[in-house]
Ligand binder design. Structure first.
Ligand code: CA
Ligand code: CA
Length: 173
């Protein structure tokens, strides 16, 4: 990967987290993501599933801030994201899985109509679109998330995919 491609990939990943597009990642981006998912799937914020999603989003924000918010101003800038989140998460994918799992588990529960603990591929595609992915990217990602191709996406598949999303970003890859 050349440096221009690396920069482009970093920009995409940063933008994915910067849900309100104001140039930094903070708590509001995570609560906005939770709110969008709840609205898309018609789930009340005060419901058990809604509360679990907000709790998971807060844990994901706290985890990212703990790793990447170097100056402690409760904002992760693009520089902090590159130096902290991407590098440290790449070095420690299991740590990332730990901080992301509650959010992903809750998101699957919100997108899942039948309480099976997995979400159907089209539901995951909807979730990715509402979080800002293009139609093409969402379709491709949802299909590739279904690693065992049973038409449903389980928590472990989502955790592994999100960890990969970071670990593939390396200037020397
Ligand atoms: Ca933001
Ligand atoms: Ca900061």
């Amino acid at each position: 990967m050349d440096s221009a491609e690396y920069e482009r990939k970093i920009a995409f990943r940063f933008a994915a987290f910067d849900q309100d597009g104001n140039g930094y990642i903070d708590r509001a981006d995570f609560s906005a993501a939770a709110a969008r998912l709840l609205a898309e799937f018609g789930t009340a914020a005060r419901s058990d599933r809604g509360q679990a999603l907000y709790t998971g989003a807060e844990a994901l924000w706290q985890g990212m801030a703990g790793i990447a918010d170097v100056d402690g101003d409760q904002r992760v800038t693009r520089e902090e994201f590159v130096g902290g989140a991407v590098k440290r998460l790449r070095d420690s994918p299991e740590r990332f899985a730990e901080i992301a799992r509650p959010f992903l588990r809750a998101a699957i529960a919100v997108a899942d109509g039948d309480g099976s603990g997995t979400a159907a591929v089209p539901a995951v595609e909807r979730a990715l679109r509402v979080l800002g992915a293009s139609a093409e990217t969402a379709a491709l990602a949802a299909r590739s998330l279904d690693a065992d191709q049973d038409g449903r996406i389980a928590e472990d598949e989502a955790v592994a995919a999100l960890a990969d999303y970071f670990t593939v970003v390396a200037p020397d890859a």
